[in-house]
Design a protein around this ligand. Structure first.
Ligand SMILES: Cc1ncc(COP(=O)(O)O)c(C=O)c1O
Length: 366
């Protein structure tokens, strides 16, 4: 059924069962569909162990829609947000906040440097008008994993709110809301839960969402309104992404059967290990040191060879059945390979072989 294996951080390769789940049409008013939505939300809250404190609010659209909705709803118009910045998705948060007219303080780090809890501590001490911290968990622009637990403890000690973009980590890196003080966690259907892309979800403290009416600049992105409507009716406010919800239900069943976050994380780690070993053997260098490299996506330096360009590599590897991902750094020439999706280490091995063959075709010897 699949034409290409997606080695990208979402959309990603889904299983045949997940694809199959999209062959049914659902009515948005139908009780069975509403039960599907409720069960998906309930499972997602459980995955991050937040059932006693948090609720899950689903939202139509890609991950950025969910990030923008969360910031617009949870940060009041007078709010000011600290954004520890070590990559493209951190910068996107800052950009959204500027669009929304919220205060932003960027705490810049180098791309290869994890967000530093001590610097966040100092920034919060220095500016008592900062109300929130918005932290990307896995910065997918490079694949760096930020130390979420330590950051959460610092933010809580200062009595500020913490919003986490866990778009590319939820389901593959443990997040435990019962021990890690986080106000809202944002993720999406088409990432490590291995559903189809098309909806985001926000796991947010119940008291916080309930006390956030009237903040949002946008009707479509008003999470409070979405939550209240869903509570009252059991339905989505506007046309739901029915096939995406149905696929996510089946994807979650597979996620739970696999053994949840721990087992999925272990599979992705094995994928990542196979990838990095294989690519190193071909002479490729990783951008990040092992200690901060996540098992989600890996950034490689582009080969310093006159015959190399990413498009040629991409085309050659695509012909062999695999889709690579371009780099997202402005200063350094890189490309990325994702480790996530319904794939295992055997598939990654084949992908490395495809990269090797393409490099040989391009006249670039390891
Ligand atoms: C960490 C992170 N945040 C936000 C997004 C934005 O999601 P989308 O491209 O689905 O809007 C992504 C997408 O990969 C991501 O990895």
């Amino acid at each position: 059924m699949n034409t290409h294996v997606l080695l990208t951080p979402g959309p990603l390769t889904t299983s045949p069962q997940t694809k199959q789940a999209m062959l049914t049409d659902w009515g948005s008013w139908d009780t069975a569909f509403n039960q599907l939505t409720a069960s998906v939300c309930s499972d997602i809250v459980q995955i991050v162990n937040g059932a006693s404190t948090h609720v899950c609010v689903p939202l139509q659209g890609s991950g950025t829609f969910a990030v923008e909705a969360t910031l617009g709803t949870l940060v009041p118009p007078t709010g000011k947000v600290l954004v520890p910045n070590n990559g493209a998705y951190c910068q996107r948060i800052a950009r959204i906040l500027r669009y929304l007219g919220r205060g932003v303080v960027l705490l810049d780090h180098r791309d290869v440097e994890p967000a530093d809890p001590a610097r966040i501590d100092a920034a919060l001490s220095a500016d008592s008008s900062i109300t929130h911290v918005a932290q990307v968990h896995c910065e997918t622009g490079t694949g760096i994993l930020n130390p979420l637990q330590d950051i959460a403890r610092v933010v809580r000690r200062h009595g500020r709110r913490l919003i986490v973009d866990a778009m590319s980590s939820l389901g593959a890196v443990p997040i435990d809301l019962s021990t890690t003080p986080i106000d809202a966690v944002i993720a999406a259907s088409g990432k490590c839960l291995e559903g189809a892309p098309g909806m985001g979800f926000i796991v947010v403290r119940r008291d916080l969402i309930e006390s956030s009416p009237g903040h949002s600049h946008s009707l479509a992105l008003d999470l409070h309104d979405q939550w209240i409507y869903m509570q009252k009716s059991g339905q989505w406010r506007f046309t739901p992404p029915t096939h995406v919800v149905a696929a996510l239900r089946v994807a979650l069943d597979q996620f739970l059967a696999e053994g949840g976050t721990v087992a999925r994380g272990a599979r992705y780690r094995a994928n990542c290990h196979t990838l990095t070993q294989g690519m190193r053997a071909l002479g490729f260098q990783l951008l990040l040191p092992e200690a901060t490299q996540s098992h989600i996506i890996v950034t490689f330096h582009a080969p310093q060879h006159p015959a190399y360009n990413f498009d040629a590599l991409y085309r050659g590897v695509r012909e062999k059945g695999f889709i690579l991902y371009p780099g997202k750094l402005t200063q350094i020439d890189t490309f990325r390979v994702g480790c996530i999706g319904a794939i295992d280490a055997g598939v990654i091995k084949q992908a490395v072989t495809a990269i090797k063959q393409t490099m040989q075709e391009l006249g670039i010897q390891p």
